[in-house]
Design a protein around this ligand. Structure first.
Ligand code: HEC
Ligand code: HEC
Ligand code: HEC
Ligand code: HEC
Ligand code: HEC
Ligand code: HEC
Ligand code: HEC
Length: 438
């Protein structure tokens, strides 16, 4: 697995230390044994099986296993987010309840897995096909029964905290792992299973089969990349379930924290506690890039996604914010942090956001509450409703066509029918999309 490329500017790891090798070897043997048993059981149960036979690879660091005290290898700069709670209990408590903290889990650990036990339903597009879910031997199993036979899988991971949706995946071919995205996703709002986004038969894509979507190794790594802190400590482009740090944890945003913890425990103060990405070194722009690595920065969106009338645009909050005059004309005083605590779930109470708008838009003589915004000149008052409900009209929820409502972060004046009269393709509107990446 050793390679000489890493993602995320993370220092390259050393080969596993001898102390680590033995437990790895032991678990590798038991994994192999279980794989063989599981493979045999499934193969004998059904010869048309095309799914994964892996049984016990869902042991993720910081979820099922604590972070090794000495690190995953000598010189490991990461320490795991559990260590942070000791001195930053406030951030830790908020973060633990956020979607970031639980966006990638072994499927067997989900209450949803038990809840689905015994569920059988017809395929949304092919009524002659039945899907059934079983929770047996501590794992979620999935079967597709079609006139031409039965396919079975063991579900390995669940993507998504479930605040909106949970997509189940099975890793196939552990040597060059590819993520098999199951055809059905669980949608929280409707409490039901329906097609996974991108798997409708009327919009065929290469790789999509009647039972799911088999991502290539590169794409598979990308999925893990946005839903974890580090995909592999061993460099290269692989997915390494032994050293992966799942979920968007403290160290994904602040950088590796082992040296910080050691310094703090040793009583250090000031600069010696500086983290790679500490708060006082953010600018609105660098912060937009941090969040944009996953939430999509304009420089990372495909040109055809950058259309004012594209409902998908609402999924890409940094793209929307960067279009907004509030951002562009606030001289760096406006960012995701104006409205969100990066450690917490998005507040559901819309009035809290209106207060943010009014901190700039209350008209001449108003006193913005926040220090950064106090230096800004007062922005225009709303001629329609200057007192509140700002978000309802200027940041409406839109259905991006996937059972999930997203808040359109392009703060603008919306007029009925506007989306239909807006230009498609490049034009003056799109010049606003500063490609800020060099
Ligand atoms: C032993 C105590 C201790 C532990 C453990 C600890 N910190 Fe800190 N941290 C501090 C102290 C002390 C400061 C400086 C005073 C302050 O801002 O609270 C600090 C400051 C910070 C800051 C602001 C730093 C800056 O550059 O301005 C961040 C961010 C931070 N810690 C994140 C973390 C993360 C992430 C972890 C876990 C990897 C962690 N801390 C673990 C004690 C600790
Ligand atoms: C490593 C990728 C990554 C980075 C970096 C990241 N996010 Fe996220 N964010 C996610 C994922 C994945 C989810 C979906 C979580 C879930 O499953 O509910 C999410 C969800 C959210 C949510 C919705 C939480 C809710 O209410 O359900 C907010 C708000 C959010 N992120 C804000 C931010 C902000 C602000 C930043 C930058 C400071 C940021 N994120 C950086 C990946 C990331
Ligand atoms: C470029 C980064 C990125 C990639 C790649 C990515 N995701 Fe996400 N994912 C996000 C972010 C950010 C969110 C939260 C906001 C949203 O839904 O767009 C999210 C949300 C989700 C959710 C919904 C979570 C919830 O309840 O809100 C699921 C499920 C999900 N992703 C699954 C996947 C799967 C499966 C793959 C790979 C096939 C994948 N993602 C690839 C960034 C990414
Ligand atoms: C999604 C990215 C993200 C994650 C995950 C995250 N932080 Fe932060 N954190 C930030 C940002 C951005 C700031 C700066 C906030 C600001 O300036 O208002 C910050 C600020 C801080 C501060 C300084 C607070 C202050 O007021 O000085 C501490 C301490 C901290 N984070 C600790 C943690 C710990 C501990 C965790 C994990 C439990 C964590 N963070 C997870 C993005 C993140
Ligand atoms: C940091 C200050 C700041 C905050 C916070 C802020 N805005 Fe703005 N906004 C501006 C500035 C500056 C402009 C451009 C100049 C003007 O309108 O006076 C602007 C412009 C606008 C416009 C006109 C857009 C256009 O395309 O003509 C609308 C609508 C708007 N803001 C609504 C909102 C809403 C709704 C919120 C809260 C969700 C909000 N703003 C939060 C500073 C801010
Ligand atoms: C002017 C205020 C404002 C700013 C700035 C802002 N958001 Fe939001 N955000 C909201 C509102 C309002 C919601 C909807 C909350 C709700 O009703 O649940 C939201 C929701 C979200 C969600 C949950 C999914 C959704 O679309 O409802 C994510 C993820 C998110 N924001 C990310 C970001 C990121 C990343 C940034 C910076 C690029 C950002 N936000 C900047 C106001 C803001
Ligand atoms: C009922 C829908 C609605 C609500 C609620 C609403 N607005 Fe507006 N807003 C509009 C419309 C429509 C316009 C365009 C008016 C025009 O130019 O004809 C507008 C215009 C604006 C402008 C541009 C003003 C200018 O002179 O350029 C700003 C800024 C603005 N709104 C901010 C806000 C803020 C802040 C709030 C919350 C206090 C808010 N709006 C609440 C519908 C609304």
């Amino acid at each position: 697995m050793a390679g000489n490329e890493t993602s995320n500017s993370v220092p390259r790891s050393q080969p596993a230390a001898p102390s680590l090798r033995r437990p790895l070897a032991v678990s590798a043997v038991s994994v192999l044994a279980l794989l063989m048993v599981a493979g045999w059981l499934i193969a004998t149960a059904n010869r048309t099986n095309t799914g994964s036979h892996r049984a016990v690879l869902d042991r993720l660091l910081t979820i099922d296993r604590p972070f090794p005290p000495e690190g995953r290898f000598p010189g490991d700069p990461y320490i795991g987010s559990r260590a942070c709670a000791e001195c930053h209990p406030g951030e830790a408590a908020l973060h633990a309840r956020s979607g970031h903290a639980v966006t990638l889990r072994p499927a067997s650990r989900l209450a949803l897995a038990r809840h689905l036990d015994g569920t059988t339903l017809a395929d949304p597009e092919r009524p002659e096909v039945q899907w059934s879910y079983q929770y047996r031997d501590d794992r979620l199993q999935l079967a597709r029964t079609a006139p031409d036979g039965v396919q079975r899988w063991v579900v390995d991971y669940a993507f998504g905290s479930g605040h909106h949706a949970t997509t189940f995946v099975t890793l196939v071919d552990p040597a060059a792992p590819r993520l098999f995205e199951h055809r059905l996703t669980y949608y929280r709002r409707e409490h039901r299973l329906d097609l996974t986004p991108g798997q409708h038969e009327d919009e065929p894509r290469p790789g999509v089969t009647p039972s799911g979507y088999l991502n290539d190794p590169r794409n598979s790594r990308k999925c893990f990349g946005c839903h974890s802190t580090q995909v592999s400590a061993r460099g290269g482009r692989g997915i390494d379930e032994e050293t992966m740090i799942p979920n968007v944890s403290c160290e994904r945003c602040h950088g590796p924290g082992r040296a910080h913890v050691a310094a703090a425990r040793g009583g250090a103060s000031g600069d010696r506690l500086t983290l790679p990405f500490g708060p006082d070194r953010w600018t609105a722009e660098s912060q937009m890039r941090l969040c944009g690595t996953c939430h999509r920065h304009p420089s990372r969106a495909r040109p055809d996604q950058l259309r004012p009338d594209d409902p998908q645009l609402a999924r890409f909050q940094p793209v929307g914010i960067i279009q907004s005059r509030c951002y562009r004309q606030s001289g760096g005083g406006f960012s995701c942090l104006s409205c969100h605590d990066p450690h917490a779930r998005a507040a559901g109470d819309r009035a809290t956001y209106d207060a943010v708008c009014l901190s700039c838009h209350a008209g001449p003589g108003s006193r913005p509450q926040r220090a950064v915004e106090r230096s800004q000149p007062a922005a225009a008052r709303c001629p329609i409703r200057p007192g509140g409900d700002c978000v309802e009209c200027h940041m409406p929820r839109v259905d991006s066509g996937q059972h999930i409502l997203f808040t359109d972060h392009w703060i603008r004046i919306r007029r009925p029918g506007q989306s239909r009269t807006m230009r498609r393709g490049p034009g003056p509107e799109l010049d606003l999309l500063v490609p800020t990446e060099p």
